[in-house]
Design a protein around this ligand. Structure first.
Ligand code: SF4
Length: 327
């Protein structure tokens, strides 16, 4: 196993100010003590409901949000310790694809200006080689070079997302965070963009952190999958193991909501009670206990720890008291 990215005990807390003197009165724990590794050339899917902290985690990994604590090691370099100048250089290796391709492209810049910008900022190549590079990138993402002089509003959502992907590829990154990268697209366009990302992973050997609330989409593209709830990873496994043998009650509920194309198969859909609690005031013990159909007394007083439930070939861990052996 060749590790590209190692996240250790990553936290991102946002201070809440209030009172007469606008002091810090509380902390919103958007990401709380998350650890995982991502291998070179692999894709890890990150799933969970809206507001569970997955996008904040993606941004904290890239230091678009400054982490509160923890380390992010990318190919041997601790990103969290880099000074601003070194961080700018390190950004060549890590990029992001945003959910809304329209909002992430400047409406006043042509596609050529958008794609050339990262190469010019990092002073890479000559004017001629940069031009050649962006034309190659357009080819990789399935667009013709005549689009270079057009503006974002002249494209469909799927084409704009291809441009967003081309921009993320300009600096030949080792790692890309794809944050709900296909959520805003029509289903038919979704599969085209997913296939494109999947091909890029295979041909260019890029590692992806693929963030989505849609478990069916994540299954299509991921080698490993992590499930997040209220800022914490509650289960992580190979995609095969997670989708065939989910262990955490939250994962089971999420999976039960995926529609099956075969009408003869009846899914036992589990409806989760209530909404996700506020991360400002999370439940004690296991934070999922207020919605868990299998909650026990211990769940209110003690937070579960990670328990390995997989095998050497199919690593799989879960944080749930149902899998902790009685002491
Ligand atoms: Fe449910 Fe308890 Fe497991 Fe949490 S620890 S998921 S409340 S059974």
């Amino acid at each position: 196993m060749s590790v590209l990215l190692e996240i250790k005990n990553l936290k991102k807390h946002f201070p809440i100010h209030g009172g007469l003197f606008n002091r810090v009165v509380s902390q919103l724990k958007a990401v709380d003590d998350v650890s995982f590794v991502l291998e070179k050339g692999k894709t890890m899917g990150l799933v969970g409901e809206s507001g569970c902290g997955k996008s904040t985690l993606g941004r904290a990994v890239l230091r678009l949000h400054e982490p509160t604590d923890g380390t992010v090691i990318l190919d041997g370099t601790d990103i969290t310790k880099l000074e601003p100048k070194a961080l700018v250089d390190a950004r060549r290796d890590m990029q992001i694809i945003f959910q809304d391709p329209y909002a992430s492209l400047s409406p006043r810049r042509t596609i050529q200006q958008t794609l050339l910008e990262p190469l010019e900022t990092h002073k890479i190549g000559t004017a001629e080689s940069r031009q050649q590079k962006i034309e190659e990138l357009l080819d990789i993402v399935g667009l013709r070079k005549h689009v270079l002089h057009r503006y974002p509003h002249e494209f469909s959502g799927g084409q704009r997302q291809r441009i967003g992907i081309a921009r993320a590829l300009t600096l030949e990154p080792k790692f890309i965070v794809a944050d709900e990268a296909v959520s805003a697209l029509d289903v038919s366009v979704q599969s085209q963009v997913l296939n494109l990302i999947s091909n890029l992973q295979k041909t260019l050997g890029i590692s992806f952190l693929f963030i989505s609330h849609d478990l069916a989409v994540v299954q299509h593209i991921s080698d490993d999958v992590g499930v997040m709830y209220l800022g914490r990873l509650v289960e992580k496994a190979t995609a095969t193991s997670l989708y065939t043998e989910p262990r955490h009650p939250y994962t089971k509920a999420l999976l039960s909501a995926i529609p099956t194309p075969d009408p003869t198969i009846k899914n036992q859909r589990q409806i989760l009670k209530g909404d996700v609690p506020s991360p400002l005031n999370p439940p004690s013990g296991c934070t999922f206990r207020t919605r868990c159909p299998e909650a026990m007394d211990i769940c209110a007083v003690k937070a579960p720890v990670q328990v390995e439930v997989g095998s050497k070939d199919e690593p799989h861990w879960v944080a749930c008291h149902l899998f902790e052996l009685p002491k």
